[in-house]
Design a protein around this ligand. Structure first.
Ligand SMILES: Nc1ncnc2c1ncn2[C@@H]1O[C@H](COP(=O)(O)OP(=O)(O)OP(=O)(O)O)[C@@H](O)[C@H]1O
Length: 273
């Protein structure tokens, strides 16, 4: 589907997913375009992994609509490779599963191992590699078959600063090549100024959705006041907060009023605006 100039690669509409009584994802909607890095943010348990697994086709029983337009590569949160097998054999196995031809597979394995600085381990068993290097091999599994949409669940966890930067550089290259990257993280500092657009989730619901620069520049006020003996805490659009404190009763009982606009603030409070 094309909207304006942009090709939509993933279209999620009113997605709801229950696990028993637990609503893990509660009616979220968003789009991911061709050639962008899209961030899914939220604290532990916010619903990020469930959303990514649904897009990846691992979860099939859900309400709502999930349209995927292209081939998917997926780095799961729970890392798991065949630890007693050699790096090159594991990659050949997964590439084969994805339908890659022998010659192409050989070239791609070599290309990616070199790109991620792990070529020298190609004949070693997975279990002999450090955690970070095992993760790099698992990342290679997710991109080896040249997917259009790369889904990465917490791709930076377990990597040192050098490798985080290496991975970021590679993700930028993939984006410039027209791929759509969807990644999740609970570490904000890892994605600020990196993802172009983000979806912030809290308890399965969308708290913010849009361009990171717009979200950060949207003026928000955090307000605390006592009403009927209860402390009310709210994040509100700045103008709304101003008109609220024009109410004498609220002004009299005001505990805190702060103007906020950084992503970190919005993320931490998770208020609805
Ligand atoms: N297979 C499952 N069975 C039961 N409950 C589940 C299952 N998977 C997820 N949940 C619940 O759904 C909610 C959302 O979980 P999810 O893993 O999607 O969150 P998350 O944002 O990825 O968290 P984290 O950062 O900790 O990985 C949590 O309350 C979790 O306990």
């Amino acid at each position: 589907m094309i909207v304006g100039e942009k090709m939509i690669k993933v279209n999620v509409k009113n997605l709801i997913k229950h696990f028993g009584d637990k609503k893990a994802v509660d009616g979220i909607s968003f789009e991911v375009y061709e050639g962008e890095i899209f961030g899914l943010l939220g604290h532990n348990g916010a619903g990020k992994t469930t959303t990514l697994r649904t897009i990846a086709g691992i979860i099939n029983d859900y309400d709502g609509k999930v349209e995927v337009n292209g081939r998917i590569g997926y780095l799961p949160e729970e890392r798991g490779l065949y630890k007693d097998e050699k790096v090159k054999d594991v990659l050949a196995f997964f590439g084969g599963l994805a339908g890659m031809r022998k010659e192409e597979l050989k070239n791609q394995i070599e290309y990616w191992l070199k790109k991620l600085n792990v070529y020298k381990y190609k004949n070693q068993k997975i279990k002999t590699l450090s955690k970070g290097n095992q993760q790099k091999i698992q990342f290679i599994v997710s991109v080896l078959h040249n997917p259009d949409i790369v889904i990465l669940d917490e791709p930076f966890s377990g990597l040192d600063v050098f490798n985080i930067n290496l991975l970021k550089k590679i993700l930028f290259e993939l984006k410039d090549d027209g791929k759509s990257i969807i990644l999740s993280t609970h570490q904000l500092e890892k994605i600020e100024k990196f993802c172009y657009r983000v979806l912030i989730l809290k308890e399965g619901k969308v708290v913010h959705y849009g361009r990171i620069d717009e979200i950060c520049h949207k003026k928000v006020a955090y307000i605390e006041y006592v009403k009927d003996g209860k402390l009310i805490k709210q994040n509100l659009p700045y103008k709304e907060a101003i008109s609220l404190i024009k109410n004498e009763e609220i002004l009299k009982n005001l505990v805190k009023f702060e103007v906020r606009n950084s992503l970190e603030d919005l993320f931490l409070e998770g208020g609805s605006i």
